[in-house]
Write a protein that binds this ligand. Structure first.
Ligand SMILES: Cc1ncc(COP(=O)(O)O)c(C=O)c1O
Length: 383
């Protein structure tokens, strides 16, 4: 029988709290919460709870941050992708090419606009393999949805060339990839439009759910501004019946506060990842993805392929290191994908990665002694 979905999952929040080197850093991150609460107080006094001043501020700052013309705040990264697809004209019966190695929300966004995801295997960089995309294009294909997994941009030069040749839209899943660049260009300006998440464990996060969409295309931005807010042109006129997917003003206050810290957050994640790369170099049994000089990765996750993954994970947890698997089952083999006819073996690279991949904590509160400790314990395991 199918399990019922529940709200609070104590395990999700509490099970790893005893570990010394943890993925979860939220209590530390919001140690200065009084500064945010003071700004939330202003929202209460002003009463601009929906699409208030802080939303405007975050949209302006985020567009500037990503070097884009427009940013539109919405209620989650999932809705950023969903509304982006709708604004690109994707509808019932269309096909959208994407990766089987991602978080459920990427696929949920495609499915809930009525389209069908068509999977293409990944390359060595864990992202969609551009050399396999053209074979998956059919007359129904309308868009490509590349996912910049863990904050590493996809090979966007190749993806955009294919999109141009076949007249396809490109919606970037940049939920992991704020401030990441490919050939010096920021995510969100590489394709037609990109969705970003402000979920609590993302690089730029809020106190619940939130997201933002970035584009250089004024038509897409205008359409999303309309459909995130009931399709209203003004209080008394509705252009099309639509969603309520606004970014909360209170959450925008939190995002605005964290935008001041983002350069440091990103730089520290990169520093930690480079320290892990150096510490793990040459360790038999460990294979980080290739690092590409054209790409600035922002390390939402630090993912590596490892031998005897499940044993290593247990070993690291027993030594106080919160090693996690993001994620063990690719999208085409999920129960929710059963009607699409995929089977084991269809995407060998993604399937292998799901069996081998391990993520180590890399966030801004991880110290150099902790990256050294993680590398030392992994070496010990394989010695
Ligand atoms: C790759 C990816 N895409 C989309 C999302 C959806 O973001 P949100 O949780 O803000 O809806 C996530 C969130 O975890 C994600 O990891």
């Amino acid at each position: 029988m199918q399990k019922t979905a529940t709200n609070f999952l104590p395990d999700q929040y509490e099970s790893t709290q005893k570990l010394g080197i943890n993925h979860n850093y939220l209590p530390e991150q919001f140690a200065d919460m009084d500064a945010i609460l003071a700004k939330v107080r202003e929202v209460v006094v002003q009463g601009d709870f929906t699409l208030g001043r802080a939303v405007d501020r975050v949209e302006e700052r985020y567009a500037a941050l990503q070097g884009a013309k427009h940013a539109v705040g919405v209620n989650s990264g999932t809705d950023a992708l969903r509304l982006a697809l709708i604004a690109c004209g994707i509808k019932q019966g269309d096909e959208v090419i994407t990766t089987p190695y991602t978080f459920y929300a990427t696929i949920g966004a495609i499915v809930t606009v009525g389209a069908r995801p068509v999977f293409v295997d990944i390359g060595d960089d864990y992202n969609i393999d551009p050399s396999k995309i053209e074979a998956a294009i059919t007359p129904k294909t309308k868009a490509i949805l590349p996912v910049h997994w863990s904050g590493r941009p996809c090979l966007m030069d190749q993806i955009m060339a294919i999109a141009k040749k076949h007249n396809l839209k490109v919606v970037e899943d940049a939920c992991h990839a704020v401030q990441a660049t490919f050939d010096g260009k920021f995510t969100g300006t590489l394709g037609d439009v990109a969705g970003f998440s402000f979920h609590p464990l993302k690089n730029l996060n809020v106190w619940g759910d939130g997201g933002i969409l970035v584009t250089n295309n004024a038509e897409i931005a205008d359409k999303v501004r309309l459909i995130r807010n009931h399709g209203l042109i003004d209080r008394d006129h509705c252009a099309e019946f639509s969603f309520n997917s606004r970014l909360d003003t209170v959450q925008a206050v939190v995002a605005d506060h964290l935008l001041n810290k983002l350069d440091n957050i990103t730089a520290t994640r990169i520093r930690n990842a480079h320290a892990l790369d150096a510490g793990l170099a040459g360790v038999r049994g460990v294979k980080p993805p290739p690092r590409d000089p054209r790409i600035k990765e922002v390390f939402h996750l630090y993912c590596i392929e490892v031998e005897r993954r499940d044993e290593l994970q247990k070993f690291l947890i027993s030594r106080g290191i919160d090693a996690k698997v993001h994620y063990p089952i690719p999208m085409h083999l999920q129960p929710a994908a059963k009607d699409w006819g995929y089977k084991v073996g269809d995407f060998p690279r993604a399937e292998r990665l799901c069996g081998n991949v391990l993520s180590l904590p890399v966030h801004e509160f991880i110290r150099p002694d902790q990256t050294a400790e993680m590398a030392a314990r992994i070496k010990e395991f394989y010695a």
